[in-house]
Design a binder for this molecule. Sequence first.
Ligand SMILES: Cc1cc2nc3c(=O)[nH]c(=O)nc-3n(C[C@H](O)[C@H](O)[C@H](O)COP(=O)(O)OP(=O)(O)OC[C@H]3O[C@@H](n4cnc5c(N)ncnc54)[C@H](O)[C@@H]3O)c2cc1C
Length: 285
Amino acid sequence: MIPGSFEYFAPRSVSDAIKLLAAHRDDVKILSGGQSLLPLMKMRLSKPGYIVDIGKISGLDSIVEEGNSLILGALVTQAQMEYSDLLQKRCPLLPQTATTIADVQIRNRGTIGGSVAHADPAGDIPAAIMALDAEIKVAGSSGERWIKADEFFLGLLMSVLEPDEIVTAVKVPATDGEKTAYLKAAPRSSGFAVVGVAARLALDASGTCIRAALGITGITDKAYRPRRAEETLTGKKLDTKTIEEAAAESTRNIDVIEDINGSSEYRTHLTQVYVARAIEAALQG
Ligand SMILES: Cc1cc2nc3c(=O)[nH]c(=O)nc-3n(C[C@H](O)[C@H](O)[C@H](O)COP(=O)(O)OP(=O)(O)OC[C@H]3O[C@@H](n4cnc5c(N)ncnc54)[C@H](O)[C@@H]3O)c2cc1C
């Protein structure tokens, strides 16, 4: 359980970090909270020759309001998300999600940037940021770019990030007046989602759903938006029948994995149950 040897750098700026990444691009890893990277290194599943610790770069650990958006620096921890009054008030889906992650020690170290960049198919944050239509700010040798959450994840631990790019921020909308919830089924032993569902609903004064967004994690190689389920909810009153129809649509055309936590059939059924529960939980506030 001892990692291989590596050279350690702790740059003080994003630009210095990018230079280090560019110089060692095939053999370098960014270290943020370390809660995914260090276990992989200790098991020798990851053996980078160089580590760029971004924890000493200032200005990446705050949550700020910018009009109707909230910008979270990449080093904002899951615990910060959980306890942020600003997020509780203006984007409660993030605290609702963060609080389900692992345990307090991990949430004290794990960051939003790491949770996004790691692209864990059972990660909770990816489902939430998909439902939020978040945008991910990335900086690299060729400048900065914003990437939509549903274009960011490519597959198992894979994203569109280039080797010399750093996630520097995540932008989410204020969801004032909308209804949100995050629910997950997870074994006690790991806490990782067998399935996790983020629900975000906007209703008009008559109770008709005018916009629905769902993010699902844990059942395939990356978090996804079940678009047909969202369409099933939109323009309707969210009664039991409509919710059940949407739940049934949520796994359509999805190649559901099977592993020690359950067969593909079991996970498909569980996902439909959790989609319905997450919608109901959001409606109940
Ligand atoms: C026992 C245990 C239980 C866990 N349970 C859960 C759970 O229930 N739900 C859940 O979602 N997660 C869980 N996690 C993972 C945890 O949330 C991690 O904190 C998170 O996945 C990664 O964040 P980090 O800051 O620790 O990233 P790190 O471990 O530092 O990095 C992870 C990866 O992302 C890259 N990276 C990190 N930051 C950046 C950046 N800013 N830009 C580009 N690349 C970057 C690193 O190079 C590395 O490849 C668990 C972890 C453990 C150890």
